[in-house]
Design a protein around this ligand. Structure first.
Ligand code: AP5
Length: 219
């Protein structure tokens, strides 16, 4: 059993989503990525998704209340002993405080915040080469994690697509927003004694091992 609440923090392209997907399967725990939830709302053309689109397309953060409503809906019904991973949430100190309030009501707390660290130019290469399946949303990279058959999803066998915010201008804007609004979260979680850092520049397997070692040390 994995009863811990884990948050993943790091600038765009460090590999948060890739690791969250693998760990969610390996530990049989849910993962919630606010970016995925927002894109799902947009595909379903909900008012929330349509409202969020203008912020996402320009690399800005979506207003806190929209994101909080989305995440609260997912975690409130979970059994108390079930841990989970939050990928890309919280993104601001105010989101972190709101998360603490929600978790308090569920007799949970953030047990671990994992900082993913790597340099900017390598991240841009990862993001410009990222492709995803429009159906199952599985993520690939044209060089580092290619599909078995040229640009077709291994699971759904349909053509992979590129995210609209994965162009260099928007990537740089998303990074700037990270350094201004999200990076201060590291101090917040350091003060709560739950912050650990991984070297995200290494291979997918190596990053996975680093995180699993941290998970193994949780009590
Ligand atoms: P979101 O979808 O969360 O995007 P992001 O934080 O910018 O992160 P990414 O998904 O780009 O990167 P990642 O770290 O998950 O990398 P990945 O694993 O895919 O947010 C999008 C937008 O939604 C935001 O801009 C904002 O507008 C809004 N939003 C979301 N959450 C919000 C919130 N809480 N508040 C307000 N607004 C919010 O990997 C990238 C690529 O690299 C892939 O191709 C992968 O195959 C490859 N790769 C991964 N790991 C490795 C490795 N170790 N070696 C080689 N290649 C690798």
């Amino acid at each position: 059993m994995f009863p811990f609440v884990v948050v993943f923090i790091g600038p765009p392209g460090v590999g948060k989503g890739t690791q969250a997907a693998i760990l969610s399967e390996d530990y049989v725990i849910p993962k919630f990525a606010t970016g995925d939830l927002l894109r799902e709302s947009l595909r379903n053309k909900t008012p929330l998704g349509l409202e969020a689109k203008k912020y996402m397309d320009s690399g800005q953060l979506v207003p806190d209340q929209l994101v909080l409503d989305l995440i609260k809906d997912r975690i409130v019904g979970l059994p108390k002993e079930t841990g989970f991973i939050l990928d890309g949430f919280p993104r601001t100190i105010s989101q972190a405080i709101a998360l603490d309030d929600i978790l308090k009501g569920l007799c949970h707390t953030v047990n671990l915040a994992v900082e993913f660290k790597m340099d900017e130019e390598a991240r841009i290469l990862r993001l410009t080469g990222r492709r995803l399946c429009p159906q199952c949303q599985k993520t690939y990279h044209i060089v580092f994690a290619p599909p078995k058959t040229d640009l077709l999803c291994d699971v759904c066998a349909i053509s992979l697509i590129q995210r609209t915010d994965d162009n260099e201008d928007v990537i740089r804007q998303r990074s700037a927003v990270y350094w201004e609004a999200t990076n201060p979260l590291l101090g917040y979680y350091r003060n709560n004694h739950v912050l650990k850092t991984v070297d995200a520049s290494s291979s997918i397997d190596s990053v996975l091992l680093q995180i699993k070692n941290i998970f193994a040390s949780l009590k």
